[in-house]
Structure formats: C-alpha cells, structure tokens
Design a protein around this ligand. Sequence first.
Ligand SMILES: *Cc1c(COP(=O)(O)O)cnc(C)c1O
Length: 183
Amino acid sequence: MPLNPRHGGSVANKEQLERGLRVAVSETVRIPPKSVDPNIKNYHWLDLVKGLFDAYDSDAETALIMDIHGNIAEGPGFNVFTVKDGKLKTPAFGVLSGITRQTVFDLCKETGLSVSAADLSRDELMQADEVFITSTAGGIMPVTQVDGRNIGDGKVGSLTRRLTDLYWQKHTDPAWSTAIAYP
Ligand SMILES: *Cc1c(COP(=O)(O)O)cnc(C)c1O
C-alpha cells in the first residue's frame, strides 16, 4: 500500500476499520509468478495500482485483482481471507505469502479454526459470510462490501473481530513478540 499519512501507515483509516472497507474486484490480472515471483517483496506494482484506479473509478476504497486463472489473488499490499460456515480460506497461487497472512494461520491453529490456502473464485468471495484483508500496514482489516454488494449482513463479522482482537493482544504476548529496548 502506498503509505498515506492520513492512514497512519495503515491500508484502512479509523472509519474504514470500524465499518469495514468497500472493495472492488478489478479485471486486472496479477503479474504471474513466472514473470515476477510474488514471494519476493517487491514494488513492481503496476497491476495492483491499475486495480486501485479501477476501484476508485467504481467508488470503492481499494481493490482485489485476479490471478491468471481468473481466481482472486490479492490487493495493493494485502492478502485476503474469506469466512464461510466458520471456515477460513485465502488464495494460494500468485500471491505474496504475507507475514500477517501467516499470523492468521497461527491464530487459527491456536484457536482451533479451520483455514486453507486454495483457489478462491469471485463467486466464493461474493458469497462469503465475512471477508477481511491482512497486511503489516494495519493488521487484520474488515471488508463489508465487494463490488457494491454487502458481504453477509454488511457488518464487520464476528470471527473477523475475534481474530483482530487476538492479533493485537499477541503484540504484547512474550510468546508471540520480541521486546525491543529503544535507547
Ligand atoms: C506486503 C504485501 C502483502 C502483505 O504482506 P505482510 O507481510 O502481511 O505485510 C500482501 N501482498 C502484497 C503484494 C504485498 O506487497
């Protein structure tokens, strides 16, 4: 995410964190892994930036773009998760395996939630009970609208809330964090 000072280095601002982000799915295809390995953190982002412009054109706040097979990939600086019937899913192909994405896997393991990395279709995204995105820039952030349609009841999901709270609790848990003594 291009760091916007108004967002305090987060993908989502305070209001968006409270009510959930409005996201648009762009037809822009993510640069395939055979061209640029997405697991090497890079800012070769014209695909993601084009997706963002498309999102702004449709009055959304940020974007998700597709992989070369037409499944959902990721957005400008974040990974995406769906919750359906209590089970979590995130795209496996053509994405950066973010450390916040990994933290969600770790949190799911600890809390006994089911999570998988697999192809995620656009329909599955639209029909999810909850959607959230993950990035070091903001942590776990709720999505409540995709392409102008509500996800679930259009409110921040209960599992999303629970994981977000846990995510921030772990920042002060010695088992999950490394204390740094600043001079
Ligand atoms: C940085 C980034 C993410 C999120 O990674 P984190 O390690 O969780 O911050 C996801 N996708 C892309 C394309 C990124 O550049």
